[in-house]
Design a protein around this ligand. Structure first.
Ligand SMILES: Nc1ncnc2c1ncn2[C@@H]1O[C@H](COP(=O)(O)OP(=O)(O)OP(=O)(O)O)[C@@H](O)[C@H]1O
Ligand SMILES: O=C(O)c1ccc[n+]([C@@H]2O[C@H](COP(=O)([O-])O)[C@@H](O)[C@H]2O)c1
Length: 196
């Protein structure tokens, strides 16, 4: 069986915390590859509409482009609607019967796993893999493989705030992602002339 990691997320925008956790799990579990899977509508959080599906996909593509063992899974964005992981994984397991999927989640998601749609069924389809995140307990009653990895207190929320207020994002965002954000004027980076 091929061992495929799946890192689902909103990626609004993708940041080095995502790259770090994917790489750590890839090596710790000797996976063949990790696929980054942007969702369409995230089930449990408000997603500010400041980057479109196409823009989030493009940012993920740019973030992972130097790394041949990372790829983009566009299933949820292509399908649209609310991206329930159980529905996605049911379809993907049928599509790829010779793959064992490792669903990678951070500490905040581990804490809320009991609220996920059809979670009792989902844990039979995939092996969950958890990575701790500063400020979270990272505990669950569901089966999960924890991977010890360096932790970084970084979120897309912090990056959106920094970008909107002119703060630095150097070393926190992949350079190619920052360039794209500024070219497209995402997250309030396009300065509007005051007219004075
Ligand atoms: N710094 C981090 N450490 C560990 N896990 C992380 C980190 N950042 C994100 N993750 C995990 O990556 C997955 C996708 O996260 P997501 O794209 O929602 O980013 P986010 O930084 O949590 O976004 P936001 O701040 O907008 O809520 C989730 O499982 C999340 O827990
Ligand atoms: O299926 C669910 O009920 C569910 C609830 C919360 C999160 N998820 C998935 O977990 C991944 C990380 O979510 P998020 O909100 O941090 O982007 C992403 O793939 C979501 O679709 C899935």
């Amino acid at each position: 069986m091929k061992k495929v990691g799946l890192l689902g997320g909103t990626f609004n925008p993708p940041h080095i915390g995502h790259l770090m956790m994917a790489n750590e799990v890839l090596h710790a579990l000797d996976l063949d590859e990790v696929r980054f899977m942007p969702n369409a509508i995230p089930p449990h959080k408000f997603a500010p509409h400041d980057a479109s599906d196409v823009e989030r996909l493009e940012m993920v593509r740019r973030a992972i482009s130097p790394y041949p063992y990372f790829s983009v899974e566009s299933y949820e964005v292509d399908k649209g609607g609310v991206s329930y992981s159980y529905k996605t994984l049911s379809a993907m397991c049928i599509r790829e019967p010779n793959v064992k999927f490792y669903f990678i989640i951070g500490g905040d998601m581990i804490d809320s796993l009991h609220t996920w749609y059809c979670i009792d069924e989902l844990v039979k389809l995939v092996q969950f893999v958890g990575v701790k995140r500063p400020g979270t307990e990272a505990t669950t009653e569901y089966p999960i493989l924890m991977v010890e990895a360096p932790q970084i207190d970084l979120s897309s929320t912090l990056l959106r705030e920094r970008l909107a207020t002119g703060g630095t994002v150097t070393f926190l965002l992949p350079e190619a992602v920052e360039t794209f954000i500024r070219e497209e004027g995402l997250y309030g980076t396009r300065t509007v002339p005051s007219g004075d």
